[in-house]
Design a protein around this ligand. Structure first.
Ligand SMILES: *Cc1c(COP(=O)(O)O)cnc(C)c1O
Ligand code: SF4
Length: 341
């Protein structure tokens, strides 16, 4: 790529980004820059400034580099580009599709399932995924920080039946290493915890996040640790990600992936099979394949349930069982995610 082009990509640190990453992430927040980088015009790609006002565009440069120039249908681009269809109002697509606000015993903590709680440790993400079910989530009221973290930990202390904490967000790895270390210190005061799970997309869009300090953090703790990545397409499994995961795998961190089934991105048996193969080559097992949550602005990504089942059957017919993710949907009020296949 010509130098002047690289210079057009902004080098900004998003608010709240770690100050202690070894490589400063380059972030693209402007669609014109992203599309210029890909040799596409905004019209060709279907960009909508209105949609981007609602939920701003945010793409790490490392992720943009995985996209195919000149392809307006690129499955990675589709996940991050704000387009006109988002502004359509579609029945059944709302602001809080999972009724998360009803399952919050303490602000910033979600307790839906037996034995495990989800802690919303930040609202920040490195990337803004257009299909995200939390795009309208009231993060300011729902983050376990400061006094709310005290409350969440006090709640956990009283609940010996809850032995697994899931760090979520936003993206928990968008916290600085120091804040992550503080969090760990505080959690380690709760004696009955046995597992720590981190739900993150960050290493996928910015493999440089897997710093040695972060690796130490993930491995020097008293619990069994699981890292659940979020990749939706085989091309998201870059060599830098595989390299960054290797030491974690060797240190005994369980590596899993969850994907969302998205029209125009991965609703194809070849694409899904390639994703599973690439994940496994990186030491990651496919865990869940989620149906889209009906969040306002994302209806154009919907894959109907019967087609999802067909795709899943096709996947089962060609892959070993351990490479077939569980096809699930989240139904508010249920004791677990609903298995569809
Ligand atoms: C999805 C989810 C979990 C994790 O569920 P698993 O089936 O254990 O992966 C936990 N808590 C909440 C609130 C969730 O939405
Ligand atoms: S990284 Fe996860 S939480 Fe953040 S926008 Fe994407 S899907 Fe949503």
């Amino acid at each position: 790529m010509p130098d002047e082009r690289s210079a057009m990509i902004t080098q900004q640190r998003p608010a709240g980004q770690p100050s202690d990453w070894t490589a400063a992430p380059e972030l693209i927040r402007d669609a014109a820059q992203l599309l210029w980088h890909l040799e596409l015009s905004p019209d060709q790609a279907g960009f909508s400034a209105d949609a981007a006002r609602d939920f701003p565009l945010r793409v790490p440069r490392a992720y943009a580099d995985l996209m195919e120039p000149g392809n307006p249908a690129d499955p990675l681009l589709r996940q991050v580009l704000a387009i006109g269809e988002e502004t359509a109002e579609v029945r059944g697509y709302g602001g809080d599709p999972l009724a998360e606000s009803e399952f919050s015993p303490v602000p910033g903590m979600l307790h839906k399932y037996h034995g495990r709680v989800l802690l919303v440790v930040t609202g920040a993400c490195a990337v803004h995924c257009r299909y995200c079910f939390r795009r309208h989530f009231p993060y300011n009221e729902q983050q376990a920080t400061g006094g709310r973290l005290d409350e969440a930990l006090a709640w956990l202390e009283q609940r010996p039946d809850v032995d697994e904490v899931i760090l979520s967000g936003g993206d928990p790895l968008s916290l600085s290493d120091r804040r992550l270390a503080d969090l760990l210190t505080r959690l380690s005061g709760i004696r009955h915890l046995r597992r720590l799970r981190i739900h993150t997309r960050l290493p996928v869009v910015e493999p440089a996040r897997l710093t040695p300090r972060l690796r130490d953090w993930l491995t020097d703790n008293p619990w069994q640790t699981l890292l659940v990545l979020h990749a939706n397409h085989g091309r998201e499994i870059a060599p830098a990600l595989t390299e960054g995961l290797e030491p974690l795998r060797r240190a005994g961190v369980t590596l899993l992936n969850q994907a969302v089934l998205l029209r125009g991105v991965n609703d194809d048996p070849d694409v899904l099979a390639a994703l599973s193969e690439r994940l496994f080559a990186a030491g990651v097992l496919p865990y869940y394949l989620h149906l889209l949550d009906p969040v306002a602005g994302a209806a154009h990504f919907e894959v109907p349930e019967d087609r999802a089942r067909t795709l899943h059957q096709q996947l089962r017919a060609r892959l070993p069982g351990y490479l077939v993710p569980r096809l699930v949907r989240e139904d508010p009020g249920e004791a677990a995610k609903t298995l569809l296949a």
